[in-house]
Design a protein around this ligand. Structure first.
Ligand code: ADP
Length: 314
């Protein structure tokens, strides 16, 4: 089976449920939870039974070990997650407003994540990878960009494949190296999985439909457009199909796109037809939104199969 590698940040997340716009009012705090978009993604890849590894860095502290142990228990090769003695594990403080909006306060740049780079262990897992998954939101440090571009070249040179989820928040576009890195990654991407209007960041076209078709014409093999509670669309030049999401109560949307994308990728690598695969990925997204905590909503193949079987009989 193809080994999947991803490179990027690990954080703990503390959630604040705040009714208004400020942190000064009464809030409920929960966490810390293991988190970081690429970490959630790779956790779901492992739970889907796909061999995988992550290149990252944490501090030698409880937050770091909480993450490493979770990923290890779930089946991720953690040999390239560096434990840095002089840096602390990154953190994210996420405020959930009652209208469903989320505000993020990140401590990533000045955390151990700033030390992610091409260690010997990173080179070793990249050498064993048949597929690279790139999270665009991770491309905000020179060390990560260098490691991702190196992995891109290595994996492609040996006939491997690349998937790419931009996962971009507006404020990130200020990072000087990001735009060029995103474009370089897209030019090498086989499976592109943006959410909502993100696809418009990668084309001169003004509609999502035209932008997706333009990107396919530029050589990307398949595109999955994640559309939140609506569902998801798949296009590959021959097929163009939409599968609606499952109707579930949304408890915590953080991580849904990662659980969805990892499940779709595992199915894509296994040669699953697009419609079945979209349904499975929608199922993983539904399970993820139904649980509090970003990585808490990842699901094994058995859990996902049980959920999907229930939907048929319901
Ligand atoms: P991202 O987190 O990357 O922005 P989305 O919000 O589009 O991604 O969610 C990814 C997938 O998770 C969706 O395509 C859908 O399958 C599922 N999903 C997201 N929100 C819900 C919801 N409220 N109810 C059911 N499924 C959902």
């Amino acid at each position: 089976m193809t080994k999947v590698v991803t490179i990027g940040e690990i954080v703990v997340e503390i959630m604040a449920v705040a009714p208004g716009n400020g942190f000064r009012e009464a809030i409920e705090l929960v966490g810390p939870y293991p988190s970081g978009a690429p970490a959630i993604f790779i956790d779901q890849i492992a739970k889907q039974g796909q061999p995988c590894a992550m290149v990252s860095c944490v501090g030698n502290d409880d937050f770091g070990w909480l993450n490493i142990e979770r990923l290890r228990q779930d089946g991720v090769d953690v040999s390239a997650i560096r434990v840095h003695e002089d840096a602390v594990t990154g953190s994210a403080f996420v405020r959930y407003r009652t209208d469903g909006q989320r505000d993020f306060v990140f401590n990533i740049k000045h955390s151990a994540n700033g030390h992610i780079g091409l260690t010997d262990e990173a080179r070793a897992v990249i050498a064993s990878a048949g597929h690279l998954h790139v999270m665009g939101s991770s491309l905000v440090s020179p060390g990560i960009i260098e490691a991702v571009l190196f992995a891109l070249e290595q994996v492609k040179a040996r006939g491997g494949s690349v998937s790419f989820d931009p996962n971009i928040r507006k404020e990130m576009l200020d990072f000087a190296g990001l735009r060029a890195a995103l474009d370089t990654v897209l030019a090498q991407t086989d499976l592109f999985m943006p959410s909502g209007a993100e696809v418009l960041l990668f084309s001169q076209e003004t509609s999502e439909d035209a932008a997706a078709k333009d990107i396919l014409a530029r050589g990307v093999r398949a595109i999955v457009l994640k559309q939140g509670a609506a569902g998801a669309r798949y296009l590959d030049g021959e097929q163009d199909l939409f599968v609606p999401a499952f109707v579930v109560e949304e408890i915590d949307p953080t991580g849904a796109g990662d659980a969805f994308g990892a499940t779709f990728l595992a199915g894509w690598l296994a040669g699953l037809d697009a419609e079945t695969n979209l349904r499975r990925a929608n199922g993983a997204g539904a399970l993820a939104v139904g649980r509090k905590g970003p990585m808490e909503g990842t699901s094994t193949r058995a859990e996902l199969d049980a959920f999907l079987a229930q939907q048929v009989s319901a």
